[in-house]
Design a protein around this ligand. Structure first.
Ligand code: NAG
Ligand code: NAG
Ligand code: NAG
Ligand code: NAG
Ligand code: NAG
Ligand code: NAG
Ligand code: NAG
Ligand code: NAG
Ligand code: NAG
Length: 293
């Protein structure tokens, strides 16, 4: 079991979700992670409307998930039938995945259909499980009529066998149109410390996100050797008066994201996480371009 609940206005409920549809979310300890849901717009709409539909706190996280420029406005028009990736914080507990903020606000115990006021809560799946020993970003992809596991695997850089296994599907014929399938997206490597509040900090190729109370912006580009690139953001921090120091110890000239001159033993000041008072950094040495000893 592992489906999650998000409030969606009844009027936009053209996608039929079934309670039987579930993603495995089997972490033994409660854990949270970033996950993505592929929402297909019904009519012409705009980003702001999608942000409120899914209770996304910051517009920046919606922009980052879709790799839209940071100065994009809420009024940015989105045509009908477009796929928008919606970021959710998945809370995995007792084999069930729920978007974290919604689980906390509603004290949800039974992840079945719940109606509150004029809002209908429908199950949307999420997961934090590792796939083949790798931490991944779980993406709930809406199956299009007539598509195959092979096509989906190719589109998202995974393979048919993995897709079939984690979704409990045997053949293309088991794929149901307009139902979500769990697609594991390979994530960029980071230098994040295990005791950081945002561990394991996962970002999929072609996305960016904000962390450390908004002080740090991290981008994932497969072309950059699947290494997460973080740098100070220009944001006002959400929980701090000002952002703590982002300089690397032992290399005071370097802030997060800076590197020494290219060449042998190039070192990069990398983001390593945050806690209540501190943004952690680490100096990463790359000697791969040194000529052999
Ligand atoms: C989409 O447009 C149709 C026709 O204009 C309308 O009936 C429907 O309520 C709209 N749905 C949403 C979610 O706005
Ligand atoms: C965990 O889930 C099972 C079945 O889904 C339920 O019976 C049990 O009460 C749950 N445990 C807790 C601690 O919520
Ligand atoms: C990070 O890189 C190592 C070595 O290349 C790899 O084994 C590991 O799976 C990567 N982690 C992620 C999250 O991609
Ligand atoms: C990564 O994303 C870019 C677009 O942002 C795309 O052109 C490229 O093919 C992707 N690479 C991989 C390996 O998925
Ligand atoms: C690519 O990243 C891995 C670790 O994730 C590292 O070991 C390797 O040296 C990198 N390769 C290059 C060419 O930077
Ligand atoms: C460090 O990176 C910032 C941007 O994040 C840039 O403005 C600054 O000039 C860089 N400093 C050095 C020493 O490269
Ligand atoms: C690169 O760094 C390593 C370890 O820090 C050191 O042993 C080596 O001599 C350095 N190479 C150069 C060319 O500075
Ligand atoms: C935050 O992390 C720093 C660096 O690891 C550590 O020195 C500090 O004690 C931590 N503070 C709290 C409140 O955990
Ligand atoms: C960190 O801050 C939270 C509230 O933001 C507080 O509940 C917690 O006790 C703090 N932890 C430490 C180690 O100061």
């Amino acid at each position: 079991m592992g489906f999650a609940l998000l409030p969606v206005l009844v009027s936009v409920l053209t996608i039929q979700y079934s309670a039987a549809q579930s993603f495995k979310c089997s972490s033994s300890d409660p854990s949270t992670c970033h996950a993505l849901v592929g929402y297909i717009t019904v009519n012409n709409t705009n980003l702001g409307a999608i942000q409120s539909l899914f209770s996304v706190k910051n517009l920046g996280s919606l922009l980052g998930a879709n790799n839209l420029p940071l100065n994009t406005k809420r009024s940015y028009a989105i045509p009908a039938q477009q796929v928008i990736k919606v970021p959710i914080n998945c809370l995995c507990n007792n084999n069930t995945g729920l978007p974290a903020q919604i689980a906390a606000a509603n004290n949800i115990r039974d992840p079945n259909l719940i109606t509150i006021g004029d809002k209908l809560k429908i199950p949307l799946p999420c997961s934090c499980d590792e796939v083949d020993g790798q931490k991944v970003v779980h993406y709930a992809h809406m199956v299009k009529a007539g598509s195959s596991l092979g096509e989906i695997a190719q589109e998202f850089g995974t393979n048919e066998e993995t897709l079939a296994r984690i979704n409990g599907i045997k053949a293309d014929g088991d794929l149901k149109a307009d139902q979500p399938i769990d697609v594991p997206l390979k994530a960029c490597n980071s230098s994040i410390s295990g005791d950081s509040f945002d561990f394991p900090l996962l970002a999929a190729n072609g996305t960016y996100l904000f962390t450390a109370n908004g002080c740090v912006k991290c981008m994932c580009d497969a072309a950059n050797n699947w290494t997460l690139h973080c740098e100070p953001s220009q944001n006002k921090p959400s929980k701090w008066d000002t952002c703590p120091s982002m300089k690397c110890q032992g290399a005071e000239g370097l802030s997060i994201g800076n590197s020494t001159a290219a060449g042998c033993n190039r070192s990069t000041c990398s983001y390593a996480g945050f806690n209540n008072s501190t943004i952690m950094t680490t100096l990463v040495q790359d000697s791969s371009s040194c000529s052999s000893k």
